[in-house]
Design a protein around this ligand. Sequence first.
Ligand SMILES: CC1(C)[C@@H]2CC[C@@]1(C)[C@@H](OP(=O)([O-])OP(=O)([O-])[O-])C2
Ligand SMILES: [Mg+2]
Ligand SMILES: [Mg+2]
Ligand SMILES: [Mg+2]
Ligand SMILES: [Mg+2]
Ligand SMILES: [Mg+2]
Length: 546
Amino acid sequence: LQTGGRRSGGYQPALWDFDSIQLLKTTNCEDERHLTKRVDLIGQVKKMLVDVGVNDVARLELIDELHRLGISWHFEDEIIEILYSSHRSWVDPTDLYSTSLGFRLLRQYGIPVSQEVFDCFKNDKGTNFKPSLGNDIKGLLQLYEASFLQTQGEETLELAKEFATNLLHKKLEGSDHEIDNNLLSSIRGALEFPAHWRVQMPNARSYMNAYKKRADMNPTVFELAKVDMNIVQAQFQQELQETSRWWEHTRLAQQLPFVRDRIVECYLWTTGVLQRREHRYERIMLTKINALVTTIDDVFDIYGTLEELHLFTTAIQRWGDNDSMMQLPPYMQLCFLALQDFVIEMGYDILKEKGFNSIAYTQKTWVDLIESYLIEAKWYYNGYKPSMEEYIKNAWISIGGVPILSHIFFRLTNSVKKEDVDRMHQYHDAVRASCTILRLADDMGTSLVEVERGDVPKSLQCIMNEKKCGVEDARKHVRSMIEETWKLMNTEMMRVDSPFSKHFLEAAANLGRMAQFVYQDGSDGFGMQHSKVNNLLRGLLFEPYA
Ligand SMILES: CC1(C)[C@@H]2CC[C@@]1(C)[C@@H](OP(=O)([O-])OP(=O)([O-])[O-])C2
Ligand SMILES: [Mg+2]
Ligand SMILES: [Mg+2]
Ligand SMILES: [Mg+2]
Ligand SMILES: [Mg+2]
Ligand SMILES: [Mg+2]
């Protein structure tokens, strides 16, 4: 398997160079005109939200639009107030649409609501939904969307998903002319990506384009989405400039030319994971983690000999021991010190701001990650084909989500308590669920190319080996594993006694969502710069909304 020379990842150079990023004009986010206009538009939309004249379903629809347009943050208090107070008005046994929409929005905002609100839509024996609902296409679509908020063991929602999915597919295959194009395209989009799986900011622009074409679009809402998109884009560009200065300073892309030079894509990831405007510092920190994980992942996946990988793992296990670091080849010493420098810097900021010394915990996540890399490398070099169970037990760690979530945990937890830190780092189910979705989505997008150039068999390959099936069946199997894992993620997000803050759980769920975004339609939007994701990236980060 190892033919002397080192492997290559076959990755193209970066699409944006350092100078072009530094030259970006980012004043939009300080431009008084834009900021004043946004304040005015926010005021107008707030009035719409609280206007008593508006009926409850229209209010719910507005909330859903604001979320998809990426501007719901400005109305969070109003939205939560509305959802709590209108709690019972939208449950209407004659209206599947409003009941499903209300159910989903409440759960999306973490407000407990039982699946029993759907019982009145089932047949007398309660074994399935009434066939007559098949004519209510908008209601079916909302029932389908609501079913993805399912927590473990909620059979009614499982029934709802199957019932709605089958009927919606039939509608697409059928030739019902009464379904208008907007509804058809939203059905198609939902069947590929349910709303619950969609990250907000990276999808906002394409939703704006669709919203603009709708007869029932609200010009004030659209105007706010546009102004806000241009302001937040300039803020994102400032953050990107800071991360690209750091990346340039490390010289890792220059001195380790085999690694993926993807600082812009590493930054894009963070706009889906940490979407709140005030999480500037955390997006910059997360970009650095993504770049370090990418670099070390490529050292293990592509470049390092097994001997070198053992040395690197030992040095990391001994963390501060200089002797073991001095035994590393120079390229690995640069990597090692860049990582150590980052962990110490983050540890200092967390101790200074949270009064908690996180170093031992964050170091452990990097040791766990790199030990999982070494296991994969040994499997690869020995030509070992793990079972799916054996593979995923190691691979939910080797995707790199644990250092990501550990750092985010310390930053997004207001008062850090040791018992919560310990539960986090036992690797709590919420962490494992998030990393598992990240891993499975990543394998759907990257593993065919990875295994082709030389890498350990990933989820798709393990399924194909075990079930003697083709890649399409393997994809279906992995997608159903993602659906199952989302039930665990939802369970943890709805848990009332969770050790985690709402913001942390949101970021953990978004980590999985962002992987599904980057690897949409099963191709690699990161390493191979897949054109569709690349266009979405340009729309979000570089092209002002005219
Ligand atoms: C940010 C990431 C999700 C993490 C670092 C780069 C990634 C895009 C992915 O890279 P990949 O090579 O696909 O990871 P793996 O499959 O080798 O574990 C792992
Ligand atoms: Mg916040
Ligand atoms: Mg890799
Ligand atoms: Mg890897
Ligand atoms: Mg690998
Ligand atoms: Mg991969």
